[in-house]
Design a protein around this ligand. Structure first.
Ligand SMILES: Cc1cc2nc3c(=O)[nH]c(=O)nc-3n(C[C@H](O)[C@H](O)[C@H](O)COP(=O)(O)OP(=O)(O)OC[C@H]3O[C@@H](n4cnc5c(N)ncnc54)[C@H](O)[C@@H]3O)c2cc1C
Length: 395
């Protein structure tokens, strides 16, 4: 029986596990190894910060879901992978595999910028449930005692959507409370221009964000790297100082230390179009952990986002490829990745699409409408239902 190990239990890890079990049934022993027993629907974390969702609304119990599907779960962090002996080391065990799927997401590298981050620094973050809960508390304080807000991304970030969403949502909520004039909002970013998003823009996204921010009086500071953060102040590399009462700043992304040695200098893992490691043929890397070269060099380094939508697609292709390896059948066709993103804007939303991810493209647009908000709410419910019931075969 083939032994398949999967690292991570989020968008990529769970989808890969369900797909492999569905395709191979009793012919494979599928084991998920993860340091977190919770599946968090991360696209809803900005809503949680705003007080529009509770943690229990967007959290599933991983061990329960996997058990019902006959998939083993080891609730431990992986601390290393030895591709030569095909073994994963966890904090207390050693686990051998025939095939390994890595979906460990990003390592949030706060330490690269002095003073950054909620644990050792002075800024907030929205990239984990625990950080988002704390950011929600800071946001409540702003509502009680208003002051300047900065949201955005530092250098080496590859996920810009949540910061844009928060800028729009905070603006909308402050207007609803008739206190927008008391809270200046700055969108600070390493992107070379508004709407770049790490992919060279999506259709008219540059003009779209410029117009929407102008309409909402959200100031932007683009193409900037952060030097350091001190209490209440962000210092940029060019010497500019930006005061804040709440600063939600996405930190630089790296690969997770346990798997980073399999990757490039930033720890992201190089793969082929079936998400197979370019050197180790029985290792697959999907989601945020895999490497995609940026479409262009930007003055301040940025990374290419790997969205949930893309991650699920990668997981399905990787699972189908492992199936073909085991069964000796032709591999599935290569996957052309595309970005499809529903961005909340507080009182409305936008659908953003780029196909393929990097230019030149077949199609690419950003379109606004309340229908996009309904789609986003519907997608949250649908995806949580799909994961809870292990229905990875649904679109
Ligand atoms: C705030 C926010 C909003 C977003 N909004 C959208 C959106 O609207 N649309 C969209 O498509 N995408 C969105 N995304 C992106 C989407 O959430 C990611 O693409 C997706 O989570 C990537 O999945 P992943 O499996 O690669 O990694 P992750 O979701 O980061 O999961 C990593 C997993 O690995 C585990 N892990 C980490 N280290 C170890 C270790 N050493 N050993 C074992 N396990 C480990 C973690 O516990 C976790 O289970 C958003 C992301 C965030 C943070």
């Amino acid at each position: 029986m083939a032994k398949i190990a999967i690292l991570g239990s989020s968008f990529g890890g769970l989808t890969a596990a369900f797909e492999l079990k569905r395709l191979l049934g009793s012919q494979a022993e599928v084991t998920v190894i993860s340091d977190d027993n919770r599946f968090i629907f991360m696209p809803s974390l900005p809503w949680l910060i705003m007080g529009w969702r509770r943690p229990e609304d967007i959290t599933l119990n991983v061990s329960e879901i996997l058990k019902s599907k006959g998939i083993q779960f080891i609730h431990e962090a992986a601390i290393g992978v030895d591709p030569e002996t095909a073994k994963v080391k966890t904090t207390t065990k050693e686990f051998s595999y025939d095939h390994l799927v890595i979906s460990t997401g990003p390592f949030l590298s706060f330490d690269e910028i002095p003073g950054l981050g909620p644990d050792k620094g002075h800024t907030d973050c929205t990239f984990t449930l625990d950080h988002a809960v704390r950011t929600g508390q800071t946001w409540k304080k702003i509502l009680e005692d208003p002051g300047p807000v900065v949201v955005g991304s530092s250098q080496m970030v590859s996920c810009f959507g949540p910061s844009y969403e928060l800028a729009f949502e905070m603006d909308a909520e402050l207007r609803r409370r008739k206190m927008r004039h008391k809270v200046p909002i700055i969108y600070l970013t390493s992107e070379p221009y508004l709407g770049h998003m790490g992919v060279g823009g999506l259709g008219n996204s540059k003009r779209f964000f410029e117009d929407e921010f102008a309409d909402r009086d959200i100031k932007s500071v683009v193409s900037q790297a952060i030097e350091e953060v001190t209490p209440g102040e962000i210092k940029l590399k060019d010497g500019t100082k930006i005061p804040f009462k709440l600063a939600m700043i996405a930190p630089p992304f790296k690969g997770v230390p346990a798997v980073a040695p399999l990757g490039n200098p930033r720890g992201f893992i190089p793969v082929d179009k079936n998400f197979r490691h370019t050197k180790h043929k029985n290792i697959f890397a999907i989601g945020v952990t895999m490497a995609i070269a940026p479409p262009e060099q930007t003055p301040v380094p940025t990374g290419v986002p790997k969205t949930g939508f893309m991650t699920v697609k990668m997981a399905k292709t990787a699972a189908a490829t492992i199936y073909s390896d085991i069964k000796g059948t032709p591999p599935p066709p290569m996957t052309e990745l595309e970005v499809v993103c529903l961005m909340d804007m507080g009182n409305t939303a936008a659908l953003m699409k780029a196909s393929p991810v990097l230019p030149p493209r077949q199609s690419s647009f950003t379109k606004k409408g309340i229908w996009a908000k309904w789609m986003k709410v519907g997608f949250e419910k649908y995806f949580l239902y799909k994961m809870k019931n292990g229905l990875s075969n649904l679109p």
